[in-house]
Ligand binder design. Structure first.
Ligand code: AMP
Length: 495
């Protein structure tokens, strides 16, 4: 699906889109860097965007991270800026010509790293500025002069106000992850930043979705853009095995342990919906013997970078994270992603599972669906236009009964025990009965609601399919909303 029609770009049609980097005739320093990165074939977004950006056109691109989006804009921008390349040490000879704006520090850091790799054999300079760390070293870099400035909006405004950078020679602006920038509330900052830039420029906007807000932003700031849409990670999804397990909140941690063990997973991302939940879950898992680190917005910049580094180096097994903190992180080969909480926004589901199965690798996405998540799963189903079938999960009995140690999503009990400095060995001994037995012993559940068969609140035609599935009578298992194990149709086979 693309607007890249022959009348827009006369010399390019779907059949003639270049697919090999060699076909682009990039200048020698860029071609060398690309070869060194090991890229031969362009990704779809690259094949479509690079020729358009090389022509100086504005672009509105629907592409997620993991699609090769960074090279899709960075390579043609560097190529176009090569005419300004010079070896002078004078800052005046290195004005900011390209500005790349991103919503989070991690993303900014990651994109800046890629830009500097692509430009390493040129004399074009690049740097990155983001909040949460001292401005001084960033100021020193800016004062030396840089052609490519990668930034988060707030910190860039601080530098503009401090007169650390001048943007009146900017020729190219990239609004990357624009939907997320709007979600975070960066619109006023973006508007201010764009007001400092020359009107005559090329603007590239990348967003996971083209919501009405994004379209308004594009209408205001893009001129006659070429719309490029790469298939919503269908290509990625086909390499990702996805499961939606019906799991009660208090069983989620147990389920996580079990799947890690059964699948022999060495590393995984575990997504939760809140910063507090993130910190608590990481703490609980750590106590249960999994090497875990947490990544959320309340962590200092230093802590966030350290958490990422230790995951990348394989020093930790699990990265428990929130959406904002983890959006777009380029960590290769994450074998699995767990949605410990189903995301509030269906788009985040696509982003989350985009962390695994990258670059053609196979991946696993495991979703823990509790009773209250039906609507959220319905939203995902609607977005992906795919039927989601809820699966049951049978618990092994030789795993530690984590459930007894506290509510998974509510690490308060664990936390208090820890704060009270009670050594773990002194916890009351856990019962060793099989889990089924434990549950059967609970003849009088605290709330009889949870023993009633499921009653959909919507008329049958409006009820999402998994609700009907969940309502089918199943054998009694450890949890009232876990039904007997049954074969589940493969989900999301490639489109
Ligand atoms: P991005 O979507 O820009 O975050 O890129 C995701 C990952 O794909 C990065 O690790 C890139 O280094 C890698 N990548 C980008 N383009 C290509 C390509 N044409 N071939 C192989 N890997 C690529």
């Amino acid at each position: 699906m693309t607007d890249l029609t022959p009348d827009l770009i006369p010399e390019l049609t779907a059949d003639t889109l270049p697919m090999a980097f060699a076909q682009l005739q990039l200048s020698a320093p860029l071609a060398r860097a690309v070869a060194e990165m090991g890229y031969e074939t362009m990704t779809p977004i690259q094949a479509q965007a690079i020729p358009v950006v090389l022509q100086g056109r504005d672009v509105m691109g629907a592409a997620q991270t993991g699609t090769g989006k960074t090279a899709a804009f960075a390579l043609p921008l560097l190529q176009r800026m090569l005419k300004h390349e010079n070896a002078s040490t004078s800052p005046a000879r290195h004005p900011v010509r390209a500005l790349v704006l991103l919503p989070t520090r991690e993303l900014a850091d990651q994109v800046a790293e890629q830009v500097s790799l692509y430009g390493k054999y040129t004399n074009l300079r690049s740097t990155v500025v983001f909040g949460g760390i001292d401005m001084k070293p960033q100021t020193a870099e800016l004062k030396k002069g840089v052609e490519v400035l990668v930034a988060t909006p707030g910190r860039l405004l601080d530098h503009i106000e401090a007169k650390n950078c001048v943007l009146n020679q900017v020729e190219y602006v990239v609004l990357d992850e624009a939907d997320r920038m709007l979600d975070i509330g960066f619109l006023p900052d973006l508007q201010r930043i764009l007001s400092f830039l020359p009107k005559q420029r090329t603007t590239l906007l990348f967003s996971a979705t083209f919501s009405p807000e994004i379209k308004r932003l594009a209408n205001s700031y893009l001129q006659d853009p070429v719309t490029i849409e790469v298939a919503r990670s269908n290509a990625t999804a086909s390499t990702v095995e996805q499961h939606f397990y019906s799991v009660a909140d208090e069983d989620k941690r147990h389920a996580l342990h079990q799947i890690l063990k059964q699948r022999e997973l060495k590393q995984a991302f575990v997504f939760v919906n809140s910063k507090l939940g993130c910190a608590r879950l990481a703490r609980s898992l750590e106590r249960e013997g999994l090497k875990t680190t947490a990544l959320h917005g309340d962590k200092s910049q230093d802590e966030r970078l350290k958490a990422l580094e230790s995951f990348k180096k394989g020093e930790v097994d699990l990265l428990v994270c929130t959406d904002v903190a983890a959006r777009g992180l380029d960590i290769k080969d994450v074998p699995a992603v767990f949605n410990f909480d189903i995301p509030f926004h269906a788009e985040d589901y696509v982003h989350r599972i985009g962390r695994t199965g990258r670059a053609g690798q196979s991946g696993l996405a495991v979703n823990f669906v509790s009773k209250s998540d039906a609507r959220l799963v319905a939203d995902i189903e609607k977005l992906l236009k795919t039927k989601i079938e809820l699966e049951a999960l049978e618990f092994e009995e030789d795993l530690p009964d984590i459930r007894k140690q506290g509510h998974i999503n509510d690490g308060r009990r664990m936390y208090k025990q820890e704060a009270g400095d009670v050594p773990r060995e002194e916890f009351p001994a856990r019962r060793r009965e099989p889990r089924n037995e434990i549950r059967r012993g609970n003849a009088a559940p605290a709330d009889p609601f949870f023993d009633k068969p499921y009653e959909p609140s919507l008329p049958p035609e409006a009820a999402p399919p998994w609700e009907a599935a969940a309502a089918r009578p199943g054998v009694r298992t450890i949890s009232s909303n876990i039904k007997s194990k049954r074969n589940v149709a493969a989900l999301f086979t490639s489109a």
